[in-house]
Write a protein that binds this ligand. Structure first.
Ligand code: ZN
Length: 235
């Protein structure tokens, strides 16, 4: 399979690949935002590019929103992100000082530089992880004994697709990004996972069981839809 990647000013990188057994043009976007066009082998690459350009509006709508960490952004209402240009710094690094996440970086790099952005991300995750370790174990312990739903073990991890999980051994994993959610939603996720210690699947029996401990679970479940497990930044 032959493929070429083109940089389009409007969309970014588009990879056009030629496929032997395909008879039509196919456009796809991966979850990480890679745009791919596959075309029949005999078509020129330009046809694929023109196709992508024609579908520009659809592509831009589908592309994951690129988030940029910027100076003075608030992290979880507790910390502020600050960028410090420093002649003595060779590689960007993150330091947590009081309620500030300081990103020290060489002065010649712009804040949007991927190395600086990565450093900001790791600083933020360090803060959230610490907050999660400080609050989630106590909360699950409390809810577990209050509702008499014992679990065997708790892990706190950075997960990109789910807020939590519970395995057959009643071992529960909670997403560290949870600490950014309102308390009632943190409790929703914890109660949800604790209910899985009794019913592993999402059968009607599971939801009935959850309703006995959280009568307003439907409302909370709905509210969860406006959040995705990631860093939440606010100005
Ligand atoms: Zn579940």
């Amino acid at each position: 399979m032959a493929a070429k990647t083109f940089a389009l000013s409007s969309i970014g990188n588009v990879t056009v690949s030629k496929r032997r057994n395909s008879r039509r043009i196919n456009l796809s976007i991966s979850p990480s935002g890679k745009v791919r066009v596959s075309i029949p082998y005999w078509m020129p690459y330009k046809t694929g590019i023109d196709f992508a350009k024609n579908q520009q509006n659809w592509i831009l709508k589908k592309l994951p929103k690129q988030k940029l960490f910027l100076p003075n952004q608030n992290i979880n209402k507790t910390h502020k992100l600050l960028f410090i240009p420093d002649e003595a710094v060779i590689k960007p690094n993150a330091k947590i000082v009081g309620s500030n996440i300081l990103i020290n970086h060489p002065p010649f790099l712009d804040v949007s530089d991927p190395m600086i952005q990565k450093s900001a991300q790791s600083g933020i995750i360090k803060v959230l992880s610490k907050q999660a370790e400080m609050s989630l174990p106590d909360r699950i312990e409390y809810l577990s004994s209050y509702f008499n739903l014992p679990y065997s073990n708790l892990k706190i991890k950075k997960l990109s697709r789910r807020w939590g999980s519970c395995d057959i051994n009643k071992s529960i994993t909670l997403n560290l990004f949870l600490v950014q959610l309102p308390d009632e939603l943190i409790d929703y996720v914890i109660c949800h996972e604790l209910t899985h210690t009794k019913v592993l699947n999402h059968s009607p029996q599971f939801w009935q069981s959850l309703e006995t401990i959280l009568p307003n679970y439907k409302q909370l479940k709905n509210k969860m839809k406006s959040y995705t497990p990631d860093i939440i930044i606010s100005l």
